[in-house]
Design a protein. Sequence first.
Length: 427
Amino acid sequence: MQRLHLGQTLHFESRGYPQGPEAARHSSRGGVLVEDGVIAATGEADELRRAHPQAEVTDHGAGLILPGFVDAHMHYPQTGIIASWGKRLIDWLNDYTFPEEMRFADPAYAERMAGLTLDLALQNGTTTVASYCTIHPQSVDAIFEAAEARGMRIVAGKTCMDRDTAPEGLRDTAQSAHDDSAALIARWHGRGRASYAITPRFSPTSTPEQLEALGSLWAANPDCLMQTHLSEQPDEVEWVKGMYPEARDYLDTYERYGLLGARAVFGHVIHLEPRERARLAEVGAGLVHCPTSNTFIGSGLCDVAGLAAEGQRLGLATDTGGGSSFSMLRCMAAAYEIGQLRGAPPHPAQLLWMATEGSAEVLHQGGRIGRLAPGYEADMVVLDLASTPVIAQRAARASDIWEALFATMMMGDDRAVAATYLAGERV
Ligand code: GUN
Ligand code: ZN
């Protein structure tokens, strides 16, 4: 069956970080034709109706039809401790995060939190997440099962930690991390809409032996992603240097064990040294900006404009529960504010691109999701650009779509999400 969605549409004309608004085409009365969960055509509403008279029409009125948001870095096991007060990274992990992650030894708890988290994402218009799990393999099954039940495209992996910097009860070993991850890859990678990411939490919670074991696992499974944290807080960077005195820098603690490549996805990337930036650009690794988390945990102001100018591959993420909102709109607002503090505010086109195609590309899902174009999976969000009185009055005096959309980016929340679709099916 064909379904034709009508509303406002915005399309990026070319791939890659947009230089500005001219990178996208707006239609105030556009359409997206969906057949069997896949986008069959896009264009002007009238032309699509004429060309496909048999298609069932869903008219979203003035709603803006966009690709579903892609949250390129988050931790579903931290939903329960979101918005926990007063700590910076290392204390925040020890005092809030690790005790909560221990609870995921219980598969029933993992199942409940996985379902809750994905529903919160969908309610906010996020159709794909890349989630960390805990050290427990059953926590990985829980999120993949929850995504499969909802028809969601997902990236996830078992978080690996074998150093005594992680508490007793939340440690695996180099061998078990390798073997458990390998079994999960066999079970989940490429099954339906699932992809596996090999997931060492970060260098401070792994021994070199574990990083090496995961490096070999990745070499044996090169089409998996590898996700981890890089250079989030200055204290963390110093800690890493003390633990790995032979490493040239933080990135080198991954690089020397085979954990650097185009399918690597590094979260935060705030306090990078010139060699790290050059090397990341050279290999084309994915970098993920986590603005709400970076302000909440007090990590710093990521140089997004500089990274984009270097041609780095950039995505955007909530990093919940380090970040305190599931909303990618809120995330775009925080990215704007951080850009302002750095003297380089991103244009709404750049924010929207990072939250959709940029994140999709970082997760190597480009060509499938993140764009409304023929052949792409029909994961879509429809935004109401007048979802509250204050947003409505601001949008009413906007002179173009970007000005209208920016009001929703800055002030919108899940009330702005009029509808979410997964592979053409309304959630
Ligand atoms: N670094 C290592 N683990 C974590 C985590 O769970 N959250 C954040 N924000 N940073 C990390
Ligand atoms: Zn994280």
